[in-house]
Design a protein around this ligand. Structure first.
Ligand SMILES: Cc1cc2nc3c(=O)[nH]c(=O)nc-3n(C[C@H](O)[C@H](O)[C@H](O)COP(=O)(O)OP(=O)(O)OC[C@H]3O[C@@H](n4cnc5c(N)ncnc54)[C@H](O)[C@@H]3O)c2cc1C
Length: 390
């Protein structure tokens, strides 16, 4: 392929580097991921053999510091492409490295000390350690400032008490970034973040939580009973945790857009193929207006999602003044559209869509969490409304 052929026609299309990255990932997903999806869904576990392969591709270090083995450059578009291509196989498999590298990694990249980066970030990028982020609690999800876990200062460190829920990678993580109140009287200004290790005394992990989807992803409840963490495991500054979380949320939301695009694209592709060959009343079902219009609507919805997501990613990387609003718009729109498209796909497939073998069922259930995790639909609308001066 010539360079000219790879030059983007407009900013709304991927450039040559990203197109090449996408084709490498497509081959990887076809050869290494798709064949193990069924087994992974059934065993409800992430296929461990993928870690070294993902590290070999360099995708565990996108946007993370070069000295730790990462790519250095902030590249939200590349992260979204990774999320999309992996989610075409399975959302549960996709979210596992995403939660570790793209959600956990940036905390240490932006706010970690050189020693924290060497000890935790570097092995994670090399595929030798897994990370998790623990913010949500039984009593506070959307309301991050309302968390009640406490980190009390003691000699040489902090004693953490409290609990977390819904923590992705909670049972497989080698290190977790945990948010707790260092000043319980405060809300936004009272939160700090700490690196907790599974071997820390007072740290406990609950049984895997049974979920509607994301079967290949590990989700746990965590407990902290006088869990001691030394001073050198504070991440960033005392009292700045809420703001650190808010900045990391932008990347998380874009990556979830990528996942949404993956589910939507597969559902559209499979539906189109099916509509062209499934016969009813002497015609292929794609000849019925009700079905062909549904497919046209899916294509339009997917296109608008793609444009919005790419715009949001470019704006975030360029630090554009309206990136907060556009990222929230994209998260809201892409995740809703993925669910609508998965629902239409189920309808186009009729009974076959409800069976595991067509994979529509997997995408239908894996897409649903995207409207909840990383900021619910309602919270996204709140962010957009606030940016409109309301
Ligand atoms: C599978 C899974 C994986 C997850 N992984 C992680 C993880 O790795 N780490 C982590 O920390 N968390 C994780 N979460 C938690 C996730 O981020 C929260 O579930 C999400 O933020 C919503 O919080 P909540 O469940 O407490 O809902 P709530 O905040 O209780 O919200 C309930 C409902 O009220 C609405 N609502 C709340 N506040 C407002 C408002 N101001 N205006 C309008 N409506 C409002 C919400 O939109 C929602 O519809 C995960 C969750 C799931 C299910």
């Amino acid at each position: 392929m010539t360079i000219t052929a790879l030059t983007p026609v407009s900013r709304s299309e991927l450039d040559g580097v990203h197109l090449e990255f996408r084709s490498v990932l497509r081959a990887f997903v076809r050869d290494q991921v798709l064949p193990i999806v069924d087994e992974s869904e059934k065993s409800k576990s992430f296929p461990k053999q993928l870690w070294s392969k993902l590290a070999g591709l360099g995708v565990l270090g996108i946007g993370l510091p070069e000295h730790a083995g990462g790519t250095g450059e902030a590249d939200s578009v590349a992260m979204m492409i990774f999320a999309e291509e992996l989610s075409k196989a399975s959302g549960g498999i996709a979210i596992t490295p995403i939660a570790s590298s793209y959600l956990g990694g940036p905390y240490l990249a932006k706010f970690g000390t050189p020693s924290q980066q060497k000890t935790y970030l570097e092995p994670m990028i090399a595929g030798k350690m897994v990370a998790a982020i623990a913010i949500t609690e039984p009593g506070a999800g959307s309301d991050v400032a309302g968390i009640s876990s406490v980190a009390r200062k003691v000699d040489g460190g902090y004693l953490i008490n409290g609990s977390k829920i819904f923590i992705t990678n909670g049972g497989i993580a080698d290190w977790l970034i945990v948010a707790a109140k260092t000043d319980p009287a405060e809300r936004h200004k009272g939160i700090s973040q700490f690196i907790v290790l599974p071997s820390d005394a007072g740290f406990g992990v609950g049984r895997p939580l049974e979920k509607l989807g994301w079967h290949s992803s590990d989700t746990r409840e965590l407990r902290f009973d006088d869990c001691f963490v030394p001073d050198d495991r504070l991440v960033g500054e005392v009292g700045r945790g809420f703001y650190q979380i808010a900045s990391a949320f932008q990347t998380e939301r874009l990556v979830l857009c990528g996942m949404a695009l993956g589910h939507a694209q597969v559902c559209l592709d499979l539906s189109l193929e099916y509509a062209k060959q499934r016969m009813a009343f002497g015609h292929t079902i794609g000849k019925f207006q009700a079905i062909r219009h549904q497919l046209a609507q899916m294509a339009i919805d997917l296109k608008t999602s793609r444009l919005l997501a790419l715009d949001a990613a470019q704006k975030l990387d360029a630090n554009a003044h309206d990136s907060l609003s556009v990222v929230s718009m994209a998260k809201y729109h892409c995740c809703r559209v993925a669910n609508t498209i998965a629902d239409h796909a189920m309808q186009v497939f009729g009974g076959m869509g409800y069976l595991e073998e067509t994979r529509i069922a997997l995408h239908f259930r894996d897409a649903r969490i995207l409207r909840i995790g990383g900021g619910t639909d309602e919270i996204m609308l709140e962010v957009v409304a606030k940016q409109m001066g309301l």
